[in-house]
Design a protein around this ligand. Structure first.
Ligand code: MSP
Length: 475
């Protein structure tokens, strides 16, 4: 049988620290997408990984007095554990220090060589962003990076440059025509403006300045710029260049934070054009997770530990909150109060109680639903929203169904039908309620896969069995 092949990617985090709550955004959004397309019958390849080169990581390992490779090995493992804890259904994990990746990136460099030239770079650099800063930007920010609160460094060195100018026109046209679809739409203009301002990009550093990177082929005195190395991961993980990747590339969607959209909308397309590969189809750029209204930072002391959040009410609560209450495209706040409210009032009250009430009533009255999973298909409204990557809105639609089921039970009062001996009516009412719950549950799969499976286990595996303990105990 022919299966559509769908490739989904996430940004690969730097391993200069442990995973934090913001990293979960990329993973959870991409995971919903992957599960949705799988449920539709696609064969999905889903990449995650770690970005392990660059100054930031090198400096951190030095500070801690640990050999760099050992440092990145330890931290990459922490990201792997975090991704597993989030139950992310990835298929490929890429590390930029792996031999395969390094070899492939060097081949990519060689393929791009006609667009690469050597020149002197004199200007600014932000190690926090791992990015070259224009004079204009440096002036606007008074020489200090607003995201990292660190002064920009002045660099004067011989570097290789990538001639982005060769591709600007094509990239502009692709963004304008939505051949590269940038979501949300308002970021499209921002990227077009940045594209015009982007000079050719310096793509190497002298080893005298930075030794932790992939050596430039044919010039061991230079290592590659970390972004060139990192962006390549999306195709090296597919085996490029030695393997044909056209079954998978271009990805159906690439998930990135708004802070790194510029690399994906400008440098990445320029690299792909240089390689003669198709442009990205969709760049979904999500907002930032804030803590009490502020960007999370160790110095402010408002960093929220993801493991603590997951352990408080379990993984399903974490996914529920991040996928429904954290706005995909805008910045959103995490507070423990909002988290507890969402868990107790919505997961426990709306869904947990609904399942408990329906299952208990069904068991008590020996209700049997024939072929309960037959004919389940997601609604058009839900699919339209999912297809447009409006996951939180689609989740709202599912939740409205769950809430309306609670209201229907209150209105139709099946327990009264039972009491009055109206067996036929009771049977019809309960069957409809259970079928509609399973319909909503079907749409819940990408968001809360474990809960959805439990609900199927309760209602659709022969005899209906109420859960022995509440699905979401109040806390
Ligand atoms: N290494 C680069 C990405 C290379 S992709 C070829 C990088 N790493 S990062 O660790 O800084 O960020 C990884 C991802 O996490 C990015 O998509 C970034 O936007 C996201 N987030 C980091 N902090 C975040 C929040 N506070 N909130 C939401 N997303 C956040 O950039």
């Amino acid at each position: 049988m022919f299966m559509k092949k769908t490739y989904i990617t996430t940004a690969i985090p730097y391993v200069n620290g442990v995973p934090h709550i913001g990293h979960a955004m990329d993973y959870c959004l991409a995971d919903v997408c992957a599960r949705y397309y799988r449920a539709r019958g696609d064969e999905v390849r889903f990449q995650v990984g770690t970005d392990e080169h660059g100054n930031k990581i090198f400096q951190k390992a030095r500070e801690l007095n640990v050999p760099v490779q050992e440092y990145v090995d330890t931290n990459a493992e922490k990201f792997k554990k975090f991704i597993a804890k989030l139950d992310i259904s990835y298929t490929d994990f890429v590390r930029t220090t792996s031999e395969d990746h390094k070899k492939r990136v060097r081949e990519i460099w060689q393929k791009l060589s006609e667009h690469i030239y050597m020149a002197e770079y004199e200007g600014w650099y932000c190690t926090g962003c791992e990015r070259y800063i224009t004079e204009k930007e440096c002036k606007e920010n008074n020489g200090v990076c607003p995201d990292h609160q660190k002064p920009y460094e002045k660099l004067k060195e011989e570097n290789y440059y990538y001639r982005v100018a060769d591709f600007k026109k094509q990239i502009r046209e692709a963004i304008e025509s939505d051949e590269i679809l940038i979501l949300p739409d308002f970021r499209k203009k921002e990227m077009l403006r940045l594209l015009e301002e982007t000079p050719d990009v310096s793509i190497s550093r002298p080893t005298s300045q930075l030794s932790w990177g992939v050596p430039v082929p044919g010039d061991e005195s230079q290592v590659m710029y970390v972004w060139m190395d990192a962006l390549s991961n999306y195709i090296t993980v597919l085996g490029y260049p030695e393997q044909a990747i056209n079954d998978w590339w271009p990805a159906m969607a690439q998930f990135v934070g708004k802070d790194i959209l510029r690399f994906h909308a400008i440098l990445w397309p320029a690299m792909l054009l240089g390689l003669g590969l198709p442009l990205p189809k969709v760049l979904v750029s999500h907002g930032m997770v804030l803590s009490n209204g502020q960007k999370m930072s160790k110095s402010i002391g408002n960093v929220v530990e993801p493991m603590e959040v997951i352990d408080k009410y379990g993984l399903e609560a974490f996914r529920y909150y991040f996928l429904r209450h954290v706005d995909t495209f805008a910045d959103s706040d995490f507070t423990w109060e909002k988290y507890s409210d969402a868990y107790n009032n919505e997961l426990a009250n709306d869904l947990g109680n609904l399942v408990q009430r329906l299952a208990t009533l069904a068991k008590k009255n020996s209700i049997v639903v024939e072929q309960p999973l037959e004919g389940l298909t997601p609604s058009k409204e839900y699919c339209d929203l999912m297809n447009e990557f409006k996951f939180a809105r689609a989740f709202d639609v599912v939740w409205e169904k769950i809430q309306s089921l609670n209201k229907r039970i209150d209105d139709e009062k099946p327990w009264s039908l039972a009491k009055n001996g109206e067996t036929e009516l009771l049977d019809k009412c309960m069957t409809e309620l259970i079928k509609d719950l399973l319909q909503a549950n079907y749409e819940l799969i990408p968001f809360l896969p474990n809960t959805a499976e439990r609900i199927v286990g309760i209602f659709a595996n022969g005899e209906i069995r109420p859960p022995e303990s509440p699905l979401f105990p109040k806390g």
